[in-house]
Design a protein around this ligand. Structure first.
Ligand SMILES: Nc1ncnc2c1ncn2[C@@H]1O[C@H](COP(=O)(O)OP(=O)(O)OP(=O)(O)O)[C@@H](O)[C@H]1O
Ligand SMILES: [Mg+2]
Length: 461
């Protein structure tokens, strides 16, 4: 199996096997090679034109388009010749086979078809009512993302959490069929009590401080509360059609596989170094935006800062930091360890982060100490203001209070030069026992203790 890789409707690259099909490289087409400047990050910063890529970079990019954990397993169950390793990681040929089956609608502007198949068309939208959305949400363990190859709904998106991809037009929901672009990501509340409300509250704060423009709200389908996020990698074209904007995540950009997302060493420093290397309109600004995202996550009490939770937008020649996504106050769940996915300064625990650690992180990004301190203090002021004004409309009151009280207390401590500590008494969203629900695997994997999980994976468990 080989893939034709399209970007915004243009055939830009193909996979070619190496080492008797155990590895693959990605080669840009002649059209791309002859028209793009050498070094242009067409598909990925790790796949600069003219290529061909290193096999490891191709693997990281392709695997990086796929979900992780239980969702990947469920998708793999129906695909021929796919045998995931360690329970849930894809070898290069698995990634190719899975994308041949599911890759018509991916993150950014990528669409993948088996080599030689017709180019993906615009697809079409099929109306879906709230009862059927509730059914699709309940069915996510079996049909991740709502994908259903038998009905030609072939979609892929990274991440460990269950998600449903839909399109929304004129206040109606649609299923994207035959490769049509989705426009919204729907994340249901599962194991973590009120997680949709929690994420929505935090992302509303992110929006208020300018870290994203995407709309976010909570909607209920049946009895399932869902955090709905508008996709920032989709926009409306001149004729009202949905246009894809290209993006990748930092793991793909750094040529790292999803299982390596808990970047070791100085993650912000590595990401900042990348932003200095690739063509960026204003690298200084991009690095400041990166520090704002990293500091935001720490201040709101989110332990899950990893390489797949920071994105880049690629417009064909230039790279920009993508808006913020996937932030929530994980500290409200006492079952989680509080261990940071990526250390902040020299601190590895969310409760121990203080202004000094955040400034250290800024310095690791190459920002001078005083500017980093000013940026963080200003951001903390903005977050406090946004948290105080958090609109509670449509959100669960308990979740809003828990987020607001925790964030405000953390900022108060930050201003006093203290460690930001644990949430105030009572600001806890009791977690249902993760293992009993059997629907999600945030508990079994990503959020329990990121580094324990990665080392378990390394040991091949
Ligand atoms: N609003 C958005 N617009 C466009 N792309 C998004 C948006 N939110 C998330 N994504 C993309 O979807 C991927 C998965 O989303 P997200 O990180 O929210 O999922 P998750 O399953 O909660 O992740 P994790 O595994 O970190 O828990 C992201 O890595 C990013 O590429
Ligand atoms: Mg994520």
């Amino acid at each position: 199996m080989n893939l034709d890789i399209y970007l915004g409707g243009e055939l830009v690259a193909q996979t070619s096997p190496r080492s008797r099909g155990t590895k693959f490289v990605i080669e840009y087409t002649d059209a791309v090679r002859s028209t793009r400047e050498p070094g242009t990050p067409v598909l990925s910063c790790s796949l600069p034109a003219p290529g061909p890529s290193a096999p490891a970079a191709a693997w990281a990019f392709l695997e990086g388009l796929l979900p992780e954990g239980a969702a990947l397993n469920a998708m793999a169950a129906g695909v021929r010749n796919v045998r995931l390793q360690d329970g849930a990681t894809a070898q290069p040929s698995d990634a190719v086979n899975l994308l041949a089956e599911y890759g018509r609608e991916c993150a950014g502007a990528v669409a993948v078809v088996p080599r030689g198949e017709p180019a993906p068309g615009p697809g079409r939208y099929q109306g879906i009512d709230v009862d059927n959305i509730a059914r699709a949400l309940a069915d996510l363990p079996r049909r991740p993302l709502g994908a259903d190859p038998d009905s030609d709904i072939r979609m892929s998106l990274a991440g460990n959490q269950p998600k449903l991809l839909l399109a929304r037009q004129h206040d109606q929901w649609y299923q994207p069929v035959h490769g049509a672009p989705s426009t919204h990501i729907l994340k249901p509340t599962g194991v973590w009590t009120l997680s949709a409300d929690n994420e929505c509250a935090v992302m509303t704060i992110a929006r208020a401080v300018g870290l994203t423009d995407s709309q976010v709200w909570v909607e209920t389908f049946g009895d399932i509360r869902v955090c709905v996020a508008q996709r920032y990698d989709r926009k409306s074209g001149p004729g009202g059609e949905v246009v894809r904007l290209h993006q990748e995540d930092m793991c793909q950009a750094l040529g790292m596989r999803p299982r390596e997302k808990y970047l070791t060493g100085r993650p912000s420093g590595r990401m900042a170094a990348l932003l200095r290397e690739v063509p960026t309109v204003d690298p200084r600004q991009a690095i400041r935006s990166l520090l704002r995202q990293v500091a935001f996550r720490a201040i709101v009490g989110d332990e899950d800062g990893h390489g797949k939770n920071v994105g880049l937008l690629l417009d064909g020649s230039m790279v920009r930091l993508a808006p913020m996504y996937d932030a929530l106050t994980t500290q409200l769940y006492p079952d989680l360890s509080g261990k940071l996915g990526a250390p902040v300064g020299s601190q590895e625990n969310l409760a121990k982060v203080d202004l000094g650690a955040l400034v250290e992180e800024g310095v690791a990004c190459g920002i001078d100490e005083n500017s980093a301190r000013r940026l963080i203090v200003t951001l903390a002021d903005e977050i406090a203001e946004a948290a105080r004004n958090l609109p509670a409309e449509g959100l669960d009151e308990q979740a809003v209070h828990a987020v607001k009280d925790t964030v405000l207390l953390r900022i108060e401590r930050l201003r006093r030069g203290e460690q930001m500590g644990t949430p105030p008494a009572g600001a806890v969203l009791s977690a249902r026992t993760a293992r009993s629900s059997g629907t999600l695997d945030r508990a079994t994997l990503a959020r329990t203790s990121p580094s324990d999980v990665t080392s378990d994976l390394r040991r091949g468990r």
